[in-house]
Design a protein around this ligand. Structure first.
Ligand code: CTP
Length: 396
């Protein structure tokens, strides 16, 4: 994801410095080169060798070892991350001090800066820190956290550094800007919808939501403003998108109408129930005295059809799915036309390695211009990346 990107990681002296070790690993695993600079107090928390081993690069701590290193490092980085950012380093950054390797490098950095504060809650709420953070934010420094929770000294409050995974995803999003999808509102639907039979029972389907969640995450990582409308899933939603939880197809329809008002892109990955229970019971249906239970199903709303006029009026670029068992391309082409989609990803139903409920997927993408692209079997995250690439092509 971050092949060829260069990250400058400034570690200052907070106890959360140990979490930055994991951040280095995540950045490296995704292909980024990481140069670590530590303050003198950071070295009291975590050994320099640990960061050297994980980054595979020398860790810089002293300005006098190589007097021009701070200018070079700052100039070459695509992103500077300060994690943890103590009250002290935030104050020094806010005032433009350059009294050690860390602050000199940050002052020489022309790239975006992501600061992840970590400190005692009273230090965080002190007017001096507030003013410093406001000044930095006004200058364009992206402040992530701190999170509320248990602090090192046993107190509870805002002061915990964000988790390495959260910092990593935020950093990736900052570095992957420049996508035509960045800044656009993208609505993604995911998961199943349920048709209630009574207050406890429902008719549902096997959708895990994974494909939709991966698409939402991929669009968010490219800078889109993503709203994820999700039916009930056991897979946790990705970090980033705003999540709207729904249960029934009617609720998903209402959420869609609302969110599409100012959207530019719709990705319809939800397995919306085609049939809903005609008259769900308000009380729990008792078993006693029954040999069988007949449940009458009737056609529910088709959400793509229902939103077609709204999408056309607003020019919403739409990617949908088609789950097919026979004549997949023919059926999918029909769905594309009838439901007003720009792109449709065709899935084969009934195979364990693809489609509903699986961890991997194989899709063939059809577009309204007649182009057909058969994609290989991949993880759902990989499929999502490729599909968002195609949406980007269309936006260009
Ligand atoms: N879809 C929808 N509303 C429904 C059913 C499906 O908006 N009630 C959307 C899906 O999210 C998907 C596309 O329509 O993007 C195609 O879904 P699919 O299940 O393949 O097709 P159906 O329209 O349900 O048709 P059929 O079951 O007859 O194949």
């Amino acid at each position: 994801m971050l092949d060829g990107r260069r990250v400058l990681l400034v570690v200052s002296g907070g106890i959360a410095a140990y979490k930055s070790v994991i951040l280095v690993r995540l950045l490296r695993q995704s292909g980024a080169r990481v140069d670590v600079v530590m303050t003198a107090s950071a070295e009291k928390m975590v050994g320099k060798v640990t960061f050297e081993a994980l980054s595979g690069r020398p860790v810089l701590t002293q300005i006098w070892t190589d007097p021009l290193a701070h200018v070079e490092l700052g100039g070459e980085a695509d992103l500077a991350i300060v994690a943890p950012a103590t009250a002290n380093i935030l104050a020094r950054m806010a005032h433009g001090l350059a009294d050690d390797m860390a602050t000199s490098t940050l002052l020489a950095a022309g790239c975006p800066v992501l600061a992840c504060p970590a400190m005692n809650q009273r230090m965080w709420s002190h007017p001096a820190t507030r003013a410093n953070v406001e000044a930095l934010a006004a200058r364009g420094v992206h402040i992530l956290g701190p999170e509320v929770g248990q602090l090192a000294e046993g107190e509870e409050g805002p002061g915990r550094m964000s988790e390495p995974e959260t910092i990593f995803l935020t950093a990736a999003r900052m570095m992957r800007s420049g996508s035509p999808i960045a800044g656009l509102k993208v609505v993604v639907t995911a998961g199943p919808t349920l048709a209630p039979v009574d207050p406890v029972r429902f008719v549902g389907n096997r959708s895990s939501g994974r494909m939709g969640l991966a698409l939402a995450s991929s669009a968010w990582l490219r800078g889109a403003d993503v709203v994820l409308i999700s039916g009930p899933t056991s897979v946790p939603p990705p970090y980033g998108p705003r999540v709207v939880r729904v249960e029934t197809s009617a609720e998903m329809g209402e959420a869609l109408e609302r969110e599409l008002e100012d959207a530019s892109v719709l990705v319809m990955a939800a397995a919306v129930s085609d049939f809903v229970v005609a008259s769900p019971s308000e009380e729990k249906i008792k078993r006693a005295g029954r040999k069988a239970l007949e449940v009458q199903l009737e056609a529910g709303p088709d959400l793509l059809v229902a939103t077609r006029d709204l999408r056309t009026a607003r020019g919403v670029l739409t990617l949908g799915f088609a789950l097919e068992t026979d004549a997949p391309l023919e059926n999918a082409r029909k769905k594309l036309d009838e439901k007003g989609m720009d792109l449709v990803a065709v899935n084969e139903a009934g195979k364990p390695d693809r489609g509903v409920g699986a961890e991997t997927n194989q899709v063939t993408l059809l577009d309204s211009n007649g182009v057909v692209e058969e994609m290989p079997l991949m993880t759902k995250s990989e499929v999502a990346e490729r599909l968002i690439d195609r949406l980007e092509d269309r936006l260009r």
